[in-house]
Design a protein around this ligand. Structure first.
Ligand SMILES: N[C@@H](CCC(=O)N[C@@H](CS)C(=O)NCC(=O)O)C(=O)O
Length: 223
């Protein structure tokens, strides 16, 4: 059998979920290796050689190992057409700015809400959750308003590396209980919600739901 083009190092329902979706959408061959987190594999020398911070995901590519979700997504979109506007497309500028908006203004504060102790110690955890939760509400609303206004093709029911990225972030935030400052569901996003509802029915999303062992409504009714 021929060698797979990529190997994804994953842990269930972590950021590797996003890369897994992207890999499925490329149609390329890839292998998957579950990281043994309880055994401390994230800190093993072999894993740290791939990812210096010992985070998930990491991926082996024909050009060497890669880490950082956004970088991996862009790399895959450059190698496999159709997942983002091409570099010479008139849509590229708008796509790039909202892609990096998502990575820096949505994904990064989301991680702080999930690991608030790491920002300023355990005494400040509740304040971090409240503050960053409010920011997430505001920044998701800004994104949703852009989609309502501009209806970009790269953020529509046609899957792109940006729509799946946003979908998984909403998935995680929807898992917080009612009243949590960072709870956001597809129902809170009038423009993006219906797009994500459509997106979760595509074959790649259904295949990943099955592989992850979760309900097929990966964005609209995640948990
Ligand atoms: N900026 C990184 C964040 C990666 C990240 O924080 N991944 C989480 C899983 S979703 C992780 O590895 N957590 C384990 C830990 O921080 O100990 C990326 O986008 O890849």
């Amino acid at each position: 059998m021929s060698q797979p083009m990529y190997t994804l190092y994953f842990s269930p329902d972590s950021a590797s979920f996003i890369v897994r979706l992207a890999l499925r959408l490329t149609g390329a061959s890839f292998a998957e290796r579950q990281i043994d987190r309880p055994a401390g594999e994230l800190d093993s020398p072999a894993y740290r050689a791939m990812h210096p911070l010992g985070k998930i995901p990491a991926i082996e590519t024909p050009d060497g190992p890669m880490f950082e979700t956004a970088a991996i997504l862009l790399y895959l979109a450059e190698r496999h057409a159709g997942l983002a506007p091409a570099p010479n497309s008139a849509q590229r500028a708008a796509f790039l700015k909202w892609f990096f908006y998502t990575s820096t203004n949505l994904h990064a504060p989301l991680m702080q809400v999930f690991y608030p102790d790491r920002v300023a110690g355990p005494d400040c955890a509740a304040a971090v959750v409240a503050h960053q939760g409010a920011k997430l509400q505001e920044y998701f609303a800004i994104l949703d308003q852009m989609v309502a206004r501009d209806a970009p093709e790269w953020l529509s029911a046609k899957p792109s590396i940006l729509s799946i990225y946003i979908g998984v972030l909403v998935r995680w935030l929807s898992g917080f209980a009612q009243g949590h400052p960072a709870r956001i569901t597809t129902a809170d996003l009038p423009a993006l919600g219906p797009i994500l509802a459509q997106l979760e029915t595509c074959p790649a999303a259904l295949a990943v739901a099955q592989a992850e062992g979760c309900a097929p409504t990966i964005f609209t009714a995640a948990y």
